[in-house]
Write a protein that binds this ligand. Structure first.
Ligand code: 13P
Length: 255
C-alpha cells in the first residue's frame, strides 16, 4: 500500500494504550511489533503505553522504532500520594509521553479539566509530550452537544503555553471505546476540524502543527479509512494494540 497521510506536513503518531493489561509474558508482542516496524518502516511514529510495571522492562529491550509512554501521572514531582506516579518517575522509567485525561480516568476518578490541566503541566515540566484525551458520551452526542463538550474539554485541559512538540490531542468518543462502534467518517471529520480550528485560534502555528489522534475501536479493518480523514494525524488504540498482529494491521495504513 502506498505511504499516505491525511495531513502531509504532520507526521502521524499511532499510540497503543494497553490500559490495565500486560504482564511480563506480553513483552514478546512488543519485540514482534518492533521487528515488523524495522522491516516495513511506517510513515508514522509508533508508541506503546504499557502499565507502569512494564515500562522499565520494555525500555530495557532498547527496541528501535517503538517509543514508550505512561498512561497517567500525578501533578506533583513527589510527595505523600500513595499509589501515584509522577511524570518525572515515568520519564526516568523510559517514557517519552504520558496519556492524560483519558475518559476512563475522568469517569473512574472524577478527573476534572482542571486536574487534567495540572497533569499536562507536570508532563511538560518533565520535558515530555502530553497526549490529552477529549470526547463526548453517547448522551451528549444524542443531545447534539459533541462540539460544545470537546471544545470545553480542550479549553479547560490545556495550559496557556503548549507547542506541537509537547502536546497531542486524542479525540476519543466515550461510546466508541471498547464497544466496536465508531463514528461515521463525516462525524470524525467534523470533530477533528473543530478541534483544529480551536487549536489554531489558541496556539497559532503551533496549533496548526499539533497532532490530533482518533481513538475508539480502531482496528485493522477500519484504520485505513479513519487515518485518511482530514485532520486525523494518527490513532490512540486500546484493545487492538495488545497484539503485534492487530497493531501492525492498523499500521498498514502508514506502510
Ligand atoms: P479501544 O481501541 O479498545 O476502543 O480503546 C480506545 C482507547 O480508549 C484508547 O485510549
Amino acid at each position: 500500500m502506498a505511504k499516505r497521510q491525511s495531513t502531509p506536513k504532520i507526521k502521524a503518531l499511532v499510540a497503543g494504550n494497553w490500559k490495565m493489561n500486560g504482564i511480563g509474558k506480553q513483552l514478546g508482542e512488543v519485540r514482534k511489533l518492533a521487528s515488523a516496524i524495522n522491516r516495513k518502516k511506517p510513515n508514522a511514529d509508533v508508541m506503546i503505553c504499557p502499565p507502569a510495571t512494564l515500562l522499565t522492562r520494555m525500555a530495557a529491550l532498547k527496541l528501535k522504532g517503538v517509543a514508550l509512554g505512561g498512561q497517567d501521572c500525578h501533578a506533583d514531582i513527589e510527595g505523600a500520594h500513595t499509589g501515584d506516579i509522577s511524570a518525572e518517575m515515568l520519564k526516568e522509567a523510559g517514557a517519552k509521553a504520558v496519556i492524560v485525561g483519558h475518559s476512563e480516568r475522568r469517569a473512574d476518578y472524577g478527573e476534572s479539566d482542571k486536574a487534567v490541566r495540572a497533569k499536562v503541566e507536570a508532563v511538560h515540566r518533565a520535558g515530555m509530550m502530553a497526549i490529552i484525551c477529549v470526547g463526548e458520551s453517547l448522551k451528549q452526542r444524542r443531545a447534539g452537544e459533541t462540539l460544545k463538550i470537546v471544545k470545553a474539554q480542550l479549553r479547560g485541559s490545556l495550559p496557556a503555553v503548549c507547542i506541537a512538540k509537547n502536546t497531542v490531542i486524542a479525540y476519543e468518543p466515550v461510546w466508541a471505546i471498547g464497544s466496536g462502534l465508531t463514528p461515521t467518517i463525516a462525524q470524525v471529520e467534523e470533530v477533528h476540524s473543530a478541534l483544529r480550528s480551536a487549536l489554531v485560534r489558541r496556539f497559532d502555528d503551533e496549533g496548526a502543527k499539533m497532532r490530533i489522534l482518533y481513538g475508539g475501536s480502531v482496528k485493522p479493518a477500519n484504520a485505513n479509512e479513519l487515518m485518511l480523514v482530514p485532520n486525523v494525524n494518527g490513532a490512540l488504540v486500546g484493545g487492538a494494540s495488545l497484539t503485534a498482529k492487530d497493531f501492525c494491521g492498523i499500521l498498514e495504513a502508514y506502510f
